[in-house]
Design a protein around this ligand. Structure first.
Ligand code: ADP
Ligand code: MG
Length: 485
């Protein structure tokens, strides 16, 4: 076992996590009917005969859902099955009037694939087992004030792509990083709106623990995690709970659990069903889903540049490191902003630093998306040009940025002028000031000559102060060294 893995142990246990994620696809109509998938309508106004499971109503496959499954498969380098099969997953629940959910079992449309991402600056990759198409169920609405429950079938038949990983993750942090990467991919290619509050991206985390080198432990599945924060909390709680159980001499029972954000705890919902309990069998109402190579290749040729491909291009074209390139391709909007700044300024590294640094900080603090940035790419590019050509220091640049951000000024050069932030470029003038500083700090000067580095820094500080921060620190250093040599 590598050192990196060893350091991840929790109280001597290795954590093992696999994910099943339900992504709601962005089709306008349902997977097997023409009813709308729009969120938030009055109960049962968006359900057709198929969704109500009226006798004799037959499902018809929505091509748009298949299209999106193909796009996902290509985005994660998976195999797209030429022929896949829909199956009935049988169970009883009031929000499932058919008595079965149409899903895919033995032959899913997307097979294999891999999701790559960074955890800190460590590169991780999580293998996918499969991604299959299925329909969502309806919802039970509990109207406590009249003591009754109702069924809303608006959500029934909403197309889902369920994406299943191998048990490759080894910490809650890695699981969250995976989920964020997956979220990025599906929203980037536009197959899912990614709205977690509305349930468009729901994760089930399968968690187990084991002593290093032992076979996989028994897992418990935390259902329906719909925020990255809860995901981390739920897994951390679950890991602690399982270790405690094992340490107390109890075996873990396979179970499905729910996370309660109010208590921060997971609790068992039901003991886990096995596949056999669902009596899967091919749905006789639906023919096999046949996807020709032409369809796959046409889709491949029409897909926009994927985040990991774009990141590789940023590394090659702009000489960025892998981590920076990954950060800048967090979203299409971030990447476009960066490219605009890098292009207009001709300073890719500075552009990368400013987009991920000052700009991100401000956007995060105000919970704004980059599309809503008050500083435009053109403005930031101009600011960067003025740093690169030595007109202003980094410190002064932050003041200019601040002024533009708050709307105090719009034009970079005008703000620099108005605030008097121009660096001193006249070395004669600077030399005069340095002579004055040396005269006023004769004792320091002597100490520098005696080899005291602190005294030198104090002199640099004095000189910067005397120029009101407008001197170029590198130039001050150089001049002082020359004079004290
Ligand atoms: P099922 O279909 O019954 O839920 P699967 O074998 O398909 O079971 O696994 C579902 C998920 O659980 C997958 O993401 C898989 O990686 C994960 N998983 C399987 N075994 C373990 C384990 N021992 N610990 C953690 N995760 C696991
Ligand atoms: Mg499962």
């Amino acid at each position: 076992m590598s050192k990196a893995t060893a350091s991840l142990l929790v109280q001597g246990y290795e954590v093992v996590i696999g994910f099943e994620t339900h992504t709601q696809l962005t089709t306008n109509s349902k997977i097997f009917s023409r009813a709308s998938t729009a969120f938030g309508a009055e109960p049962n106004t968006q359900a057709s005969a198929v969704d109500f499971a009226l006798p004799g109503a037959l499902p018809v496959m929505n091509k748009g859902a298949v299209q999106r499954a193909i796009e996902f498969g290509l985005a994660v380098n998976a195999h797209i099955a030429e022929s896949s099969v829909f199956a009935r997953k049988n169970y009883f629940y009031p929000d499932l009037p058919k008595g079965y959910q149409i899903s895919q079992f033995e032959i899913p449309v997307v097979q294999g694939g891999v999701v790559e991402f960074f955890l800190g600056d460590e590169k991780k990759s999580v293998r996918l087992v499969r991604a299959h198409l299925e329909e969502d169920a309806g919802k039970s609405l509990h109207e406590d004030f009249i003591g009754q429950s109702g069924i809303d079938l608006n959500r029934a038949g909403t197309p889902l792509l369920e994406i299943v990983t191998e048990p490759d993750m080894r910490s809650s942090a890695e699981a969250v990083a995976y989920a964020k990467e997956l979220h990025k991919i599906v929203t980037w290619i536009g197959i899912c709106d990614g709205n977690m509050q509305e349930g468009s991206f729901r994760c089930d985390a399968n968690v187990s623990v084991r002593k290093p080198g032992e076979p996989l432990g028994t897992r418990r599945e935390i259902k329906n995690l719909n925020s990255f924060k809860f995901m981390q909390q739920a897994i951390d709680f679950e890991v602690r709970w399982q270790i405690e159980q094992i340490e107390d001499g109890h075996a873990i029972q396979q179970a499905t659990v729910l996370f309660d954000p109010d208590t921060g705890e997971t609790r068992s919902m039901r003991s886990k069903e096995d596949a056999a309990d669902y009596r899967y069998f091919p749905d006789p109402d639906l023919p096999p889903l046949v996807i020709g190579r032409d369809w796959v290749e046409k889709t491949r040729s029409e897909m926009s540049e994927l985040p990991r491909v774009m990141a590789a291009r940023f590394i090659a074209d702009y000489a960025l490191n892998e981590y920076d390139a990954g950060q800048l391709t967090q979203s299409k909007a971030t990447a476009a902003y960066f490219e605009a700044v890098a292009g207009a300024s001709g300073q890719a590294k500075l552009a990368s630093n400013w987009v991920m640094g000052e700009l991100s900080r401000r956007l995060n603090a105000e919970e704004k998306s980059i599309e809503a940035s008050t500083v435009s790419p053109a403005q930031l590019a101009q600011l960067i040009k003025r740093i690169a050509d030595g007109t202003i220091s980094n410190n002064a640049a932050r003041q200019v940025f601040e002024a533009m951000w708050s709307g105090e000024g719009r034009d970079v050069d005008a703000v620099i002028e108005a605030k008097g932030l121009k660096q001193m470029s006249d070395s004669g003038e600077l030399e005069k000031i340095i002579d004055e500083v040396l005269a006023a700090n004769a004792k320091n000067a002597l100490e520098v000559k005696a080899g005291n580095a602190k005294a030198f820094n104090a002199l640099v500080g004095q000189a910067m102060k005397a120029t009101k921060g407008k001197a170029n620190p590198a130039q001050v250093n150089e001049l002082l060294k020359k004079k004290l040599a």
